[in-house]
Design a protein around this ligand. Sequence first.
Ligand SMILES: [Mg+2]
Length: 173
Amino acid sequence: MVKEKVNILLVDDEEALLDSIKRRLQIRDFNVIAVNRGDKALEVARLHPIDVALVDLKMPGMSGEDVLLHLKKDYPWMEVVIITGHGSFDPENESVYNQAYSYLGKPCDLETLLRVLVEAYKKTVMNRLRISPEEMEEILVRDGLKTPREVLKKIKEMDQHGGDKSPSLNDPA
Ligand SMILES: [Mg+2]
């Protein structure tokens, strides 16, 4: 896995969707490992430093719910985004669903997906570094970061260097 990129674990039993999302995210400079089963997803998470998981709810074998619960139990900092077909959300399972960062309906457009993945990654980094949303905003504002690309670059630096000890983008090199 490439350390400078955000590592996405993508799990969906629809192979066509898997390929199309993977290709589109890779063009946008994400590193994507795509698998079509829940048990394979857990195996990948054991072997690779995953930042954000994108998990289909309805899959044969291990369900997306179970993947979500296993990932959050073993890697509590990792944010998980659930992708669901129409009507497959069961509000009675609130205690399970509260553990997901967000839900996206299928089909989801690329811009929405990218925005949610970057936000989820930001949350993963805040979890890892134990910094609050307020502290994160303060850092981004202090450094004058505005574009999504600048923000993402800063978050990646923080992730790699352990938080606010990393130099500001505005500091002279
Ligand atoms: Mg499915």
